[in-house]
Write a protein that binds this ligand. Sequence first.
Ligand code: ZN
Length: 174
Amino acid sequence: MAVLKVRKYGDPVLRRRASEVGEITPEIRKLVDDMVETMYDEVGIGLAAPQVGIALRLVVIADDETRDVRPLVNPVIVDRSGERTAEEGCLSIPGIFALVNRAAWVRVEARDLDGQPVTIEGRDLLARVLQHEIDHIDGVLFIDRLDPLTRDRIKRKIKKEGLPEGTRHNAFAL
Ligand code: ZN
């Protein structure tokens, strides 16, 4: 397994709509292993393939209690309910945190690494991680979900100060 370089805000791969994963090849399995290692190295609880430069619809999600990891291939949100606002960060936008409003509960359908259909339901933090990572494979970043004033303020701050290099995240980052 290898720790991959996490792509940062400004990298065009983060803005592409990623392609569906076809057959689960050994390369896909290796990519998942590397994404898991990268996520742990970055102290994240979720990671999407575009964040390591691969424009595929593939995400890994860590259970915040057990630390078990679930790879989700071609995940789709099929149902959602409620609303929650909580602070969110992103491994691709280090040092930036903001309150983001999202559904409180989601149901996601995907495939596992055996190609079998899986359904995962999550509320609160898990729901947030699922929505954040699935946004990534659509080329959407959490700052896109903010009100325009807050988003512009963050964009100006990044433009002026850049993003911190090599910082360790001790807050919720995806
Ligand atoms: Zn992210």
